[in-house]
Design a protein around this ligand. Structure first.
Ligand SMILES: Cc1ncc(COP(=O)(O)O)c(C=O)c1O
Length: 379
């Protein structure tokens, strides 16, 4: 096993003790609120990470692609929610997984979708388990809790012979918050809207066992989850600078970083050039509109200590520009600060996007030894 100091750069580092603390924090919070926890595995797409989540008490997983469903089913995980509205053309893939014994659940937010599922299910003799996506904040997809369409979709599934498994919502508007009061408000909005949708279905005589909500900011801000049966969160496992700006984690909780090496300088500009560009960090500039813009990432020492005031300000494909945010370092300061060959870590804006740039994580134990944890991608 190589030591941190022997790893080739750039590399995606996962700090295992930090990740384990994030997992424990979320699991304990969910248990305290009396709900099941179904992590969204699109952040890591990595079996050892998901095994750690399940070992901590998670029940089932959420996926964003059928590739994730196939990979995690092959690893023995059966309770899987595919939380992106189903494209009818993908139903044969869903059917194949269910025929193998995978308890894959799918979602829809339209009558056309519900009818297509029911039609295909009847043709194939398969009662697909379907959850209805509810829109609680106008952020993306879903049916409004009060909409007539909710009952129409529920009836099309139920009367069509499918298993109406529940409702689910994702309050993506929580990413725009950065105050505890606003976070608690959006968490309550997510809870109340989803529970309301479930109750409307039940009052119409339709089954609705699962009431599923979740995003990292709302999961960490909800004060009550009355009526909710489970929560889904994903990025909390690594956290990132966007979540730091939202206000749900200190910098020290960010478990994912990119290891990089200083390959040159532009002293008159106050720049150190590193060998991690946007290919290693991703193009995600998610902190751009937040309270603090971290450029392409926060600079840390090789050991992981944040170096206050230094960010990756610019990125080409394989070059990153490290400098003091807002300028102010000239006449060779930067060469003394970060001599050629200095190894640094960069904390990412968006962990899911940065992780997706790398085929493997270098997972660091407390001893500084790195285990290679493969991750997968594609659809
Ligand atoms: C449907 C759904 N559920 C849950 C999540 C998890 O959100 P987060 O990564 O903020 O925890 C996402 C993230 O995009 C999502 O799309």
């Amino acid at each position: 096993m190589p030591h941190l100091t022997e790893l080739d750069t750039p590399a995606a580092l996962v700090d295992i003790p930090c990740m384990q603390r994030n997992i424990a924090r979320m699991q304990q919070r969910m248990e305290g609120l009396g709900v099941k926890f179904r992590p969204h595995v699109k952040t890591s797409k990595c079996l050892p990470v998901v095994q750690a989540q399940l070992e901590a008490g998670a029940q089932g997983i959420t996926v964003s692609t059928l590739k994730e469903a196939e990979q995690f089913w092959a690893a023995g995980i059966a309770d899987i929610l595919y939380a992106v509205c189903i494209v009818p053309a993908r139903l044969p893939q869903v059917l194949a997984l269910r025929r193998q014994g995978c308890g894959l659940k799918i979602i829809t937010d339209s009558l056309a979708g519900a009818e297509a599922i029911a039609r295909f299910g009847r043709q194939q003799g398969e009662a697909f388990e379907v959850w209805i996506e509810v829109d609680v904040d106008g952020h993306r997809s879903g049916i409004a809790p009060e909409a007539e369409a909710l009952l129409a979709v529920g009836r099309a599934l139920h009367a069509g012979g499918m298993k109406l498994g529940g409702v689910m919502a994702h309050a993506g508007a929580s990413y725009e918050c950065d105050e505890p009061v606003a976070l608690r408000r959006i968490a309550e909005q997510e809870r109340a809207g989803t529970v309301r949708a479930a109750n409307r279905l039940r009052q119409a005589g339709l089954p609705c066992p699962a009431v599923s909500v979740g995003s990292t900011p709302t999961a960490l801000s909800a004060q009550s989850l009355e009526g909710v049966t489970e929560v889904r969160a994903g990025v909390y496992v690594f956290f990132d600078l966007v979540m730091h700006n939202v206000g749900v984690c200190p910098l020290q909780d960010i478990a994912l970083s990119v290891l990089t090496t200083v390959i040159g300088h532009q002293p008159e500009k106050g720049w150190a050039i590193v060998d991690a560009g946007w290919m290693a960090m991703s193009r995600d500039r998610g902190t751009h509109k937040q309270r603090r813009d971290f450029g392409y990432g926060q600079v840390c020492s090789e050991a992981g200590e944040p170096i206050t005031g230094y960010v990756m300000d610019g990125a080409n494909q394989e070059h990153g520009i490290v400098c003091r945010q807002g300028g102010g370092e000239i006449d060779g300061d930067i060469e003394r600060r970060f001599p050629l060959g200095t190894r640094l870590r960069i904390l990412p804006n968006h962990a899911c996007a940065t992780a997706a740039q790398h085929p493997v994580y270098q997972a660091l134990g407390p001893d500084g030894q790195a285990r290679a944890w493969p991750r997968f991608y594609g659809w």
